[in-house]
Design a protein around this ligand. Structure first.
Ligand SMILES: [Zn+2]
Length: 356
């Protein structure tokens, strides 16, 4: 059993930003056959370009380009290069709006390209694998993962007819990313109490609610009923809103995300983002002294990995990732820094929670 140091409350006033500029998507459609709504939410923009992938073009990208009567570009290079290429095209062709149609990577390329070219964009996700679809945060693979700040989309079209047909692993990954808000908020509170960091009650309450509703809906989501997929999509879109209100990814990303980013850097074959975050949430919730078994149970109901073996990552790499996680965004104070996690503590926590 790990002895968790007592957290003492600071009596001083914590840092509060001088001002906030809260940007949120203002047109969101979630449900059956909402793809056609793309023309409604883009009607104020003249010159548009659809950004899609080779596979997602067949699923929805071509159809969206047809509905909007505009060109599409198939993105297939590395994300940073692709964002640069598309941003150049936007300027040259005087494009006013980008429409990203695809999975997380395509949506991130669109988000970054729109930011670089200073134009608006909308997200049309073809799966629900993570909470990037409505957020201002770009997660780009660059020898591990780098989080960059951009703008949120002005609209989101999440068509459940398309999303429900994607492989189930995308849904379970989204489930893990939503559940991760449990430990992310605990870490944020810790940063507030110990370091005097700004802590937003609205953003943190929203993030906690996202995790609670997702947990309560485990069975419905695992069955991928219309209601279940809607609940998960609302959770992932709300997570983008929580980040928008906080002005950072703090309510959505804590020690469990650092653990996932560390795995992305050192594992030969990293697992899906939300699956790694889900396993991270189990062990980080244990370190926080909270109900990790309830979280593990919900992840099992949703058919998410709960062990290193199920992530298909070996024991030593998972232990190394727990230790390396502290080096990722060291300014973001979490339970990992608080407990100064070393090898014996990491092994103990991973063994106690049954991850290794
Ligand atoms: Zn995430």
């Amino acid at each position: 059993m790990i002895k968790i140091p007592k957290i003492t409350m600071k009596r001083t006033v914590s840092n509060w930003p001088e001002y906030k500029h809260i940007k949120l998507p203002y047109n969101i459609f979630v449900g059956k056959n909402v793809l056609e709504k793309v023309s409604y939410i883009t009607k104020e923009h003249e010159n548009k370009l659809v950004v899609t992938g080779a596979r997602t073009s067949k699923i929805a990208g071509s159809k969206v380009a047809r509905i909007l009567k505009c060109d599409k570009t198939i993105s297939k290079g590395t994300p940073l290069d692709e964002a640069e290429r598309i941003a150049r095209e936007v300027k040259k062709e005087e494009i006013e709006l980008l429409v990203g149609v695809g999975g997380g990577s395509i949506l991130d390329i669109t988000k970054l390209a729109a930011f670089k070219a200073n134009v608006d964009y909308i997200s049309v996700p073809t799966n629900c694998a993570n909470d990037g679809m409505a957020s201002h945060v770009v997660s780009i693979k660059n020898g591990g993962k780098t989080a960059l700040r951009a703008n949120p989309p002005i609209g989101v079209i999440a068509d459940t007819n398309i999303i429900r047909k994607s492989p189930y692993q995308f849904t379970s990954s989204g489930f893990g990313d939503a559940i991760a808000k449990f430990s992310a908020v605990k870490d944020w509170k810790l940063g507030h109490v110990v370091k005097g960091e700004y802590f937003g009650d609205y953003a943190s309450s929203l993030a906690t609610m996202i995790a609670k509703i997702t947990l309560k809906s485990s069975l419905e989501i695992s069955r991928r009923t219309e209601k279940g997929v809607n609940i998960l999509l609302e959770a992932l879109i709300s997570s983008g809103a929580a980040m928008g209100i906080a002005g950072s990814s703090r309510p959505a990303s804590g020690s469990e995300h650092k653990f996932s980013h560390a795995l992305d850097m050192i594992a030969e074959r990293p697992a899906m983002h939300g699956h790694q975050c889900g396993v991270g949430t189990i062990v980080m919730t244990y370190l926080h002294g909270e109900d990790w078994e309830g979280i593990k149970n919900a992840l099992e109901i949703a058919r998410c990995p709960v062990t290193a073996k199920q992530l298909r990552i070996d024991r030593d790499t998972v232990i190394d990732a727990m230790i390396k996680a502290k080096e990722i965004r060291p300014e973001r104070y979490t339970i990992l820094e608080h407990l100064k996690i070393d090898r014996p503590t990491a092994i103990n926590a991973l063994e106690t929670t049954g991850i290794i």
